[in-house]
Design a protein around this ligand. Structure first.
Ligand code: FAD
Ligand code: NAG
Ligand code: NAG
Ligand code: NAG
Length: 523
């Protein structure tokens, strides 16, 4: 059927308009840069012609997959050192139709904080200079600037305010902002909840360039930014985090079991005991690689209590006092991070050696010995560079109500989260990369019957573009219905509420990327 001429003309104009907002002409790029230079010091803006452009671009990148010569690069990098620079970047971007990719720690698994998948003119707003932890002895909260890493936070809390902790993840170079924006899981969440549950205030720069704290932004936006995904709602410039009391001594104990030692029996027992709500102080994370499993035990107490508990609930692991490492919480965070000295938590130097790709799942029913057996036989023992990390849920995570706490949706009934990772090295050729990705897709396919379905849940912080990418509708906005394919897996029943918040705070969809929350359409 032919489209009436008037309508096709209207469509053509619409398309032209939306193409224009996506791809500003060089004129608007120039006026964007002029706008920036009128509002902030020139030395904070690195254009492609700058000799430092590549080193600044790569400064926090974790995955060399996204710094190749075919990666879509930003027009410039804005290294804001003050909140006013963030406001200026947003205003100049809005006025000139140039979008921003916000970067805090740079660990995004798909590199979306510094690259665009499709050709697009955009700028990176890098917050690494906007960092600092404002913590005082004896206080149960701290203001943390957006560009701070988890390691910097742990170090500041552990040295200035010993006796308190923040329940973050194991990797010190991950940014506090990205961590919280996607929920944030880790070794202490069974006791204290996920990262997003531990935020009591925040400051955000909205799409209008306004700076709002909790009272001014309102409870819906404050809820959304604590796990509803980064980039979507504005630029968070600071978080006020809840700090919790921790005993002077915690215990870390690592035990390895091999296939010959009956690792599958141990795993089958592990998945039946990890959820015991009476044990929120105990977390046993497991890393499965090749023919073995590494049981990383983290206990918020001393060795003798840990060993007694383990003997009664999990004797199969065979833990004794000889396995224990008793230490302060700060030392323990350095121990789980490659056992560096505590000052090593401040090291932001990135490692661009390993190429990697990750996927995730959630398990609500034990996999059982037979399942573990075939997983080892068919997949794990076939590839020494692939791994699976299992993070126990339950206790404080499982009991929380996502309407009143944060949007992280994988709560009641979840036994554990799985992260599949495939790593390859170094300057690998296409054959090596294809084999690594083939293994990852294979194990992910194999696991389907064992994990959640409808939706097959996935973790927003382990971003995976295979799950789907946003589509821009004729109205120039990200399509709400098309985004369901990936967003329901990350956010489940919270997706619609997140989209309603987006429609309220950024109806023109200025803040967007390939997996940002779309505005809920007004029907
Ligand atoms: C080695 C490694 C270990 C990890 N371990 C864990 C773990 O234990 N637990 C866990 O939960 N996750 C973990 N992750 C995942 C990690 O939490 C996410 O990748 C997270 O998004 C990284 O935050 P970032 O600030 O470093 O990333 P970035 O790449 O800077 O940002 C991630 C996303 O958030 C947006 N964003 C960043 N800053 C802001 C801001 N200030 N305001 C608004 N949006 C913003 C970005 O635009 C991007 O979309 C790990 C990742 C890696 C690479
Ligand atoms: C891009 O890099 C690849 C290998 O990494 C190389 O073969 C190719 O010549 C490069 N292309 C350009 C335009 O530099
Ligand atoms: C910092 O980390 C990098 C990358 O992991 C490492 O090569 C370097 O030795 C570390 N620096 C210090 C001082 O420990
Ligand atoms: C890529 O690496 C594999 C394995 O090391 C090797 O067999 C193959 O010849 C390499 N291919 C190219 C094009 O270099």
């Amino acid at each position: 059927m032919a489209v009436p001429r008037k309508m096709s003309l209207a469509l053509a104009i619409l398309c032209l308009l939306s193409c224009n907002t996506l791809l500003p002409s060089s004129a608007s790029s120039d006026s964007f840069l002029q706008c920036l230079s009128s509002m902030m010091p020139n030395e904070l803006v690195f254009q492609q012609s700058s000799s430092n452009f590549v080193s600044v671009l790569e400064s926090s990148v974790q995955n060399p997959r996204f710094v190749t010569n075919t990666t879509v690069r930003p027009l410039c990098i804005i290294t804001a050192s003050d909140v006013s620079h963030v406001q200026a970047a947003v205003r100049c971007g809005r006025w000139n139709g140039v979008r921003l990719r916000v970067r805090s720690g740079g660990h995004d698994y798909e590199g979306l904080s510094y690259r665009s998948v499709q050709p697009e003119v955009f700028a990176v707003l890098d917050l690494a200079r906007l960092r600092g932890v404002h913590v005082r002895p004896g206080e149960d909260s701290a203001w943390v600037d957006a560009g701070t890493t988890l390691g910097e936070l742990y170090y500041a809390v552990g040295t200035t305010n010993p006796g308190f902790l923040f329940p973050g993840g194991a990797c010190a170079t991950v940014g506090v902002s990205g961590f919280i924006s996607g929920g944030g899981i880790g070794l202490m969440m069974r006791k204290y909840g996920v990262g997003g549950d531990n935020v009591i205030d925040a400051k955000i720069v909205t799409a209008n360039g306004d700076l709002l704290h909790r009272a001014a932004m309102g409870e819906d936006l404050f809820w959304a930014i604590r796990g509803g995904g980064g980039e979507s709602f504005g630029v968070v410039v600071a978080w006020r985090l809840k700090l919790s009391k921790v005993s002077p001594t915690v215990t870390v104990a690592n035990i390895v079991k091999t296939m010959d030692e009956g690792v599958t029996d141990v795993l089958a027992k592990w998945e039946t005991i990890i959820l015991k709500p009476v044990l929120p102080d105990l977390t046993i994370r497991v890393v499965l690689q090749y023919k073995q499993a590494f049981f990383q035990t983290f206990f918020l107490g001393g060795c003798s209590d840990l060993v007694n508990t383990m003997n009664s609930v999990f004797p199969e692991l065979g833990m004794t006092a000889a396995n224990c490492n008793e230490m302060s919480w700060l030392r323990a965070m350095a121990f789980v991070y490659f056992n560096v000295p505590v000052e090593g938590l401040l090291n932001r130097t990135n490692n661009l050696r390993y190429y990697s790709k990750s996927k995730s799942d959630y398990v609500r029913r034990p996999i059982g010995k037979v399942g573990w057996e075939s997983l080892y036989q068919q997949w794990l023992s076939q590839n020494g560079n692939g791994q699976m990390i299992l993070e126990p849920h339950g206790a404080a995570v499982g009991g929380a109500n996502t309407k009143t706490t944060s949007p992280y949706p994988h709560r009641r009934g979840v036994l554990y989260n799985i992260q599949y990772g495939s790593n390859w090295c170094c300057n690998a050729n296409d054959t090596v990369a294809a084999a690594a990705l083939g293994w990852l897709n294979g194990i992910y396919g194999f696991m389907e019957p064992f994990v959640t379905s409808n939706p097959r849940e996935a973790f927003a912080n382990y971003r995976d573009l295979d799950l789907g990418q946003n589509v821009i509708g004729r109205d120039g906005l990200t399509s709400y219905s098309r985004a369901k394919v990936w967003a329901q897996r990350y956010f489940m029943g919270n997706y619609r509420r997140l989209a309603a918040v987006k429609a309220m705070v950024d109806p023109s969809d200025y803040f967007r990327n390939e997996q940002s929350i779309p505005p809920l359409p007004k029907y």
